[in-house]
Design a protein around this ligand. Sequence first.
Ligand code: COA
Length: 196
Amino acid sequence: MVTASTLTDPYGVVASAVGTLAGPLHGGANEEVITMLEEIGTVENVESYLDRCLQQKSKIMGFGHRVYKVKDPRAIILQNLSEQLFEKFGKDEYYDVAVAMEKAVADRLGSKGIYPNVDFYSGLLYRKLGIPTDLFTPVFAIARTAGWLAHWKEQLGENRIFRPTQIYTGGRGQPYIPIEKRQSLADESLLELVSG
Ligand SMILES: CC(C)(COP(=O)(O)OP(=O)(O)OC[C@H]1O[C@@H](n2cnc3c(N)ncnc32)[C@H](O)[C@@H]1OP(=O)(O)O)[C@@H](O)C(=O)NCCC(=O)NCCS
C-alpha cells in the first residue's frame, strides 16, 4: 500500500511486496525455521537450544507476531494439514522436534504472547510436498499476489501518499572529507557490514 500510494504500476507494487515478504522477520521465516530445526536435530536438544536463544536474546524463528498473541490460527490449519500429509507419506524427521519446540516456547514465552506463527509449520509442509527450501518464499508469494493486488486497488480508491515521518538525529555541521581520505573509513564500515 505504501508503494501503491506513489501511483506506481502494479508490477512495482508486487515487487515491493516480494521484497518485504522475503525478509526473515516476515515470510522468509519459514526457511529459517527449517535451518533452526536442522540445527536442533533432536527432541533432547530443544531445551538447551532455547536456553541459548534466550540467553543471547535472539529471535526464535516461526514464533511471535505483531497482531496474534495466541497460536496463529493459520499455524493450526497448517499443522493439521501437515499431519494429514505425514499420515499418508511418512512423518517429516523434524516434526517431533518442532512440536517439542512449540511446547518449550509456550512454557517459557507464553506469558509474553509468543506462540507459533504461520511460518512455523508451513516449512515442514512445503518440504513434504517436495518444494525446495529456496522456493518457499516464491510459493508463498504466488498465493499472496491476489491479496496484494486487492490492496493496491483499495489504496487507489482513496489515495494519499504515505509519508514516513523521520527526525534526523545524526551529527550536524559535519566537515566534507575528500573521498581518498575516506577510503579507510569506508573499508572499515564495509567490513563491519559483511561480517554482520
Ligand atoms: C514477527 C515479529 C517480527 C513481531 O515483532 P514485534 O511485534 O515487533 O515484537 P517485538 O520484536 O516488539 O517483541 C516483543 C517482545 O517479544 C519478544 N519476541 C518476539 N518475538 C520473539 C521470538 N520469535 N523469539 C523470542 N522473543 C521474541 C521480543 O524479544 C520482545 O521482548 P521484550 O519485550 O522483552 O524486549 C517477531 O515476533 C519476530 O521477529 N519473530 C520471528 C520471525 C518470524 O517468525 N517472522 C514471521 C512472522 S509471521
